[in-house]
Structure formats: C-alpha cells, structure tokens
Write a new protein. Structure first.
Length: 301
C-alpha cells in the first residue's frame, strides 16, 4: 500500500490487495466523463432517472457524482437492502438538522476540479426540513412523476429508468430484482464478465475523459432522487451526519464498506465536511489497524 499526497477518496480491498486512490481533480475528471457519457452519448437530460445498484467503491462515487452533475434523479439500492424495505433518512435520527449553507461548496474543493461537476452550493434554509426519505425510494415503488408510460416500465410499478449501473454479480442473481433501463452499464466486469444487454462502465466512461463539466449547474431546488428530495436537502442532511460523527475539515475518515451502503453516509457526509475518504473492504482487525496507520486515518465512521 502506498498513499499519494492529496487523495480525496481511497479504496482498499483486504481480500485482494487492490488499492485505488483518486485526488480531487482526478475524481472531478472521472465524474465529468461520466456526465458526458450520460448526456452526450446516451442523450439523457436533467430530470432523467438513473438506478444505481452498487456497493461503496471509488467507481460508485464516480457514477453518483457524475449522474448528479448531469442533473439526473438517482435511485440507489445496495446489496444488503435488495428486495427489502428502504431504510429511510428518519433512521439517522436527524429529524432537525438546523443547518444552513451546508453545500458541497463548503468542502473547499472549489479549486480542485470537483466544483466543475456542477454539484456545488447545495445548501438549504434552516426551516426546510427533509422528510423521512431514502435515496433508494425510486427503486421500491411509486411511479413516474411526469406520467410517462414506456414499454419498458418495471413490472412492479416502479419509476421509469433511463439508465442503470449494476454490480456484475447482481445481474441474474435470484437474490435481487434488477430493474431494466434503456441504457445499462455494469461494474466489476473484470471478475464476472459483461452480461448480455449491458456495457462495461469503465471503458465507456474512460472514452470521455477530458470532457468539460456540464455547462448548466444543478440548482439547489432540483430533485436529486425521484421522490423529490432536493440537492439542497441532501447537502444539509449530509452536513448534519458529518457533524454528528465529529467529522471536520481535513479529517481522513475510514469507512468499512460493509458498515453502510448508503451514499449519504460513506460519500456525501465526509465530502460535505471537507474530509477525505478511505473505503475499506474485507478487512480483518490487523488489516484495519495497518490501514489506519498507512493511510493516516484520523477518524473511524
């Protein structure tokens, strides 16, 4: 393991020894490439809907930030919650955040490339309290807010999905009901192969590296998920989560991937606080202790 200065997100797998670290400019470039893939190649637009069925991973961060930069409404469902009821933000105990100006611009990333993803300034006023919603609401029922009825609507009455990003091992698994979409991307294809009707995300996004960020910035009031929760609301709740865990600017936070699959926890909360992220997968005690030393971890989530 070797840490580079300035890494904003680091992924380490204790089972395979895989380690990938991205600085803020690198994460920004990959996110912009993902946004370009979605808008330029797939023809999606703000308000289009994406389904993300991925574990905590640096590539998942790229997918989420890129999709949100493009103005997409993102539904998320982790492996552990597949087929189960959604957890809901109410489970965090943050019914009253009482926070203002809690945007991603407060992370201090304005000069690092992440501001170019179009996700800055996502704060909201103190009196706008988020309801008990989860980022996976769009995959557990409801319907299209604009009444669209295409032929590929999921059988369960869920929302119309223009694009899905799915972990390869989940495709075709009896443990999961993977929704279909017009555009389908798979991650983790190196180990599991690319299923029929899917594209390998990594080379597809790599082809757009160097693309500029979306010209139109995402408004605070725009919906981040199909249930209408806004970018401002998620920014505020993420800041409250970080504050409740004592995460501060400059911290380097270790988050074990099996502890929480909710992006609000492992991605947005640390970034909003101005902290960097170390995602640890398949860690035993000795690996955890070594990782904390080598990566300069200041706080456990």
């Amino acid at each position: 393991m070797e840490r580079r200065p300035g890494e904003l997100i680091t992924y380490y797998d204790g089972a395979t020894g895989e380690r990938v670290g991205l600085t803020a400019p690198e994460l920004g470039r990959w996110s912009a490439a993902t946004a370009a893939l979605l808008t330029g190649e797939c023809g999606l637009r703000p308000g289009s809907r994406a389904g993300v069925l991925l574990p905590p991973h640096w590539q998942t961060a790229v997918v989420l930030l890129g999709a949100w930069a493009a103005g997409l409404e993102v539904s998320f469902r982790g492996w552990s919650t597949a087929g189960l009821s959604d957890t809901g933000l109410s489970d965090t105990g943050l019914s009253d955040t009482g926070l203002s100006d809690t945007g991603l611009s407060d992370t201090g990333l304005s000069d690092t490339g992440l501001s170019d993803t179009g996700l800055s300034d996502t704060g909201r006023a103190d009196d706008e309290q988020p309801e008990g919603r989860s980022i996976d609401d769009g995959l557990t029922g409801g319907g299209s807010a604009d009444g669209r009825q295409p032929e590929d609507r999921p059988a369960g009455g869920g929302p119309v999905l223009e694009v899905t990003f799915v972990e390869a091992r989940r495709v075709g698994s009896w443990l999961d009901d993977v929704p279909r979409a017009r555009h389908q991307f798979v991650l983790g294809a190196a180990a599991h192969g690319v299923p029929d009707d899917y594209r390998d995300f990594l080379p597809a996004a790599r082809a757009h590296l160097g693309a500029g960020a979306p010209v139109e910035r995402v408004a605070d009031e725009a919906a981040a998920v199909p249930d209408g929760t806004t970018f401002g609301e998620y920014g505020a709740v993420a800041a409250a989560v970080a504050q409740s865990r004592g995460i501060a600017r400059g911290d380097r936070v270790l988050i074990e991937t099996d502890a929480s699959e909710e992006p609000l926890i492992w991605l947005l909360a640390p970034l909003t606080a101005g902290a960097s992220i170390v995602l640890g997968a398949n860690l035993d005690r000795s690996q955890r202790e070594e990782l904390m030393i080598v990566e300069g971890v200041t706080r456990l989530f």
